[in-house]
Design a protein around this ligand. Structure first.
Ligand code: 6PG
Length: 488
């Protein structure tokens, strides 16, 4: 049934149902329909169903459900229902309503940006009711939802057998390989989507720093910087975010005739997935410094009171602008690439740690495969990440994989020059500099953590290990007595 004025058709059998018909939900419903599936569509406010069928009903087979029972009656069993509503309370409300009316073996899929711990809780509750619950990360924005997103479904393996082929079909494909795979049990899909978003924050922060270095360091205009990004997109940095940076920087504001970017308020907002990534990394003990700097940089941009109060504070003597502009542009591109490698290395470490902590059995290389297309962080170099994990599934860090090791070797001098120049010019580069510090810290043989341990032992008898003893052995110096050492 395709007509917009049809009320319902309980005789039709739909292979998939979508509830929540804002832009993402509508587009994903259309994507299923474009692939020949009959799609049941439902929305709390039926006007949204009308709008979808009015505008796009002729694109494929849709069947409307004005109420949840009506919607469920049109679905083939086991029923597969994709929820595309705002994460949080609305999701719980829809899940409960669906679960009350569903039957054993039916599958509820949450395609929103839900917090992975919510997904763990919901999966358990739904499993106990004899139903299947799949928390699926979906990336790619409105355009991706319509033409092929990257999909990260978690949940029971057996539900993937029934659901996977549909999701794989509507996902983006790269070299014939779908950008969708079963991630692991319960909250694993939303966990990797969360880390994806954290990396997205980091990528965008690094791009912002590169833009500011070219703007304030070289005095380039937004359209000139757009051309630089367009060039960069032809090389190692080839990625969706670099591509659309050129588009945004090229855009002229119709009202003022200025570059649009020059009239947009410089206060970055966030819905929370970057912050969740950092909170989870803190719990797991994984230093995702690039992502953390990106989240804090957004918070700093929005610290309007502090920013107003500090305008005009001393800068000290600022160095001169780079004299060789071409060399500086090349240095910035290399610093951007090296910092980006660090951000991905940290994100993949978080995925490995999360998988271990929650016993998910995630294959990190699979994430690189399904992020090659459809998602916001899609980039040419994800092929290299995939190769690195194919060669060494237990890779300690991407930084030691031969390709990345060489890429950083080729970039390191430029990276240092950029951080030095930025510091001399007073241009903030928290992403570039923290990534470089992370790299330097990892490769440093002796860190000052030995002194930290000594101080902890001094004031709190917290003990320390010794370089010449079993790492598990603990020692304490009798600081307030004769300062001899005892083994604990
Ligand atoms: C994606 C995006 C998408 C959304 C972010 C934006 O993968 O398609 O990440 O999920 O654009 O949630 O997040 P912020 O509003 O926090 O920047």
């Amino acid at each position: 049934m395709t007509s917009s004025d049809s009320k319902s058709d309980t005789t039709a059998t739909a292979q998939i149902g979508v509830t929540g018909l804002a832009v993402m939900g509508s587009n994903i419903a259309r994507n299923f329909a474009h692939h020949g599936y009959t799609v049941a569509v439902h929305n709390r406010t039926t006007a949204k169903i009308d709008a979808l069928l009015e505008a796009h009903g002729s694109e494929g087979n849709f069947v409307r459900g004005n109420t949840i029972p009506e919607f469920l009656a049109t679905l083939e069993k086991p029923r597969r229902v994709l929820i595309m509503v705002k994460a949080g309370d609305p999701t719980d409300a829809v899940i409960n309503e669906l679960a009350d009316a569903m039957e054993e073996g039916d599958i509820i899929i949450d395609g929103g940006n839900s917090l992975f711990t919510d997904t763990i809780r919901r999966e358990k509750a739904i499993r106990e009711r004899g139903l299947h619950y799949v928390g699926a990360g979906i990336s790619g924005g409105e355009e991706g939802a319509l033409n092929g997103p990257s999909i990260m479904p978690g949940g029971p393996k057996e539900s993937y057998e029934s659901l996977g082929p549909l999701l794989e079909e509507i996902s983006a494909h790269v070299d014939g390989v779908p950008c969708c795979t079963h991630i692991g049990p319960d909250g694993s899909g939303h966990f990797v989507k969360m880390v994806h978003n954290g990396i997205e924050y980091s990528d965008m922060q690094l791009i912002g720093e590169a833009y500011q270095l070219l703007r304030d360091g070289l005095g380039k205009s937004a359209p000139e910087i757009a051309d630089v990004f367009r060039d960069w997109n032809e090389g190692d940095l080839d990625s969706y975010l670099i591509e659309i940076t050129a588009e945004v920087l090229k855009q002229t504001d119709a009202k003022t005739g200025k570059p649009l970017v020059d009239v947009i308020l410089d206060e970055a907002e966030q819905k929370g997935t970057g912050r969740w990534t950092v909170k989870s990394a803190l719990d797991l003990g994984i230093p995702v410094t690039g992502i953390a700097e990106a989240v804090f940089a957004r918070a700093l941009s929005g610290s309007v009171t502090q920013r107003k109060a500090t305008v005009g504070l001393a800068s000290g003597d600022l160095g001169g602008k780079p004299t060789d502009a071409d060399r500086f542009v090349d240095d910035v591109s290399k610093a951007l690439y090296a910092s980006k490698i660090v951000a991905y290395a940290q994100g993949f470490n978080q995925i490995q740690a999360g998988s271990k902590e929650y016993d998910w059995g995630i294959t990190p290389g699979d994430m690189a495969t399904i992020w090659r297309g459809g998602c916001i962080i899609r980039a040419k170099f994800l092929n290299r990440i995939k190769e690195a994990f194919d060669d060494e599934p237990e890779l300690a860090t991407l930084l030691v994989a031969p390709y990345f090791r060489e890429a950083i070797e080729a970039a390191i001098d430029s990276w240092r020059r950029v951080v030095i120049t930025a510091t001399q010019l007073g241009i903030p580069v928290p992403g570039f500099s923290s990534a470089l510090s992370y790299y330097d810290a990892l490769r440093t043989e002796r860190l000052p953590a030995a002194l930290t341990q000594g101080l902890r032992d001094f004031f709190g008898a917290h003990t320390y290990g010794r370089i010449d003893a079993d790492p598990a052995a603990r020692f304490h110096t009798l600081w307030s007595a004769d300062r001899t050492e005892v083994e604990i």
